[in-house]
Design a protein around this ligand. Structure first.
Ligand code: AMP
Ligand code: FE
Ligand code: FE
Ligand code: ZN
Length: 279
């Protein structure tokens, strides 16, 4: 969508330092306000711990929808499911996510061990430090590799070693989309298929939609115009919610801060609010 200052705008896909984003929740809300957004969603990987701070710093000026982005595996593809309006203060949900984060830590240790087999010696403690309080992910490992000069760029760490098909890749906890969707619903949320255009397989999208998903992320930086048109048609035909956002990681991946560069219209947020019973 193109920027039009007269419309209410929402960016419903933003990461913070509680996963692999570089900005704190407060910094995210400051950027969002500056860019004229009325609504954002915080959608960290396997964490909802950034939501409270963002709601406080967002104040009355900026609506912050609680969200999460869960990683799943579907027929060997890393599929992400967004959960909006989950009960972010629920202790059971927080424990569920803490378990996923513990798994991520074990997985990071395994990847570090595999890297050692390639002569790359990085310390787990350094990787944990880089991630601060965040859910530990491959970007944190890549940063440690870059720091020690094993790779020139983060991208190089991914394509040579820890990318999905790389020799040192270790999967996260193997949750199926069906389980992620059920968990999001158990905690009062709406499940939305994240960036379907990234998976490069329409059949996969069609299958996951049968697993009870509530919506589809139509607008995303990695979606082409034709992909957006196809997804819009698919969502409308299926009576699904429509979302979109920048997937901002706060300047990671050699990009600028993307907050608000991909956004959706208020009408789609209204439909989401209504379905969630948040109005
Ligand atoms: P993980 O959740 O640990 O599997 O890490 C996946 C995250 O790595 C994604 O959410 C992206 O933020 C990031 N990522 C994936 N590919 C790349 C890449 N080529 N360069 C930098 N970051 C990437
Ligand atoms: Fe990420
Ligand atoms: Fe994602
Ligand atoms: Zn994301």
């Amino acid at each position: 969508m193109t920027l039009d200052s007269s419309r209410k705008k929402a960016d419903l896909h933003i990461h913070t330092c509680y996963s692999d984003g570089l900005l704190s929740p407060t910094e995210v809300t400051e950027h969002a306000k500056k860019r004229g957004l009325q609504t954002i969603a915080i959608t960290d990987h396997d964490s909802i711990l950034g939501v409270e701070e963002a709601r406080t710093s967002g104040g009355r000026e900026l609506e912050v929808i609680p969200g999460v982005e869960l990683s799943t595996i579907y027929q060997d593809v890393d599929v992400h499911i967004l959960g909006y309006y989950v009960d972010f203060r629920n202790g059971k949900l927080i424990s569920y996510l803490v378990d996923l984060q513990r798994f991520r830590e074990q997985r990071a240790r395994q990847m570090i061990e595999k890297l050692a087999g390639y002569g790359i010696r990085i310390e787990y403690d350094r990787v944990r430090d880089i991630a601060q309080q965040g859910a530990l992910g491959r970007p944190h490992i890549a940063t440690a590799m870059q720091e020690k000069g094993y790779v020139a760029t983060i991208d190089e760490a991914f394509y040579r070693f820890i990318g999905y098909h790389g020799p040192c890749y270790v999967p996260k906890k193997e949750i199926e989309p069906r389980e992620a969707i059920a968990t999001i619903k158990e905690f009062g949320g709406l499940a939305v298929l994240a960036h379907p255009g990234v998976y490069g397989c329409d059949e996969l999208t069609a299958q996951i939609l049968k697993d009870g998903i509530d919506g589809v992320e139509v607008w995303h930086p990695e979606h082409s115009k034709t992909c957006v048109e196809r997804l819009l048609r698919l969502a409308k035909e299926g009576g699904l919610l429509i979302t979109g956002g920048s997937d901002c990681h706060g300047g990671r991946k050699g990009r600028s801060v993307l907050i608000g560069q991909v956004f959706i219209d208020e009408c789609y947020v209204n439909a989401l609010r209504q379905r969630a019973g948040a109005v």
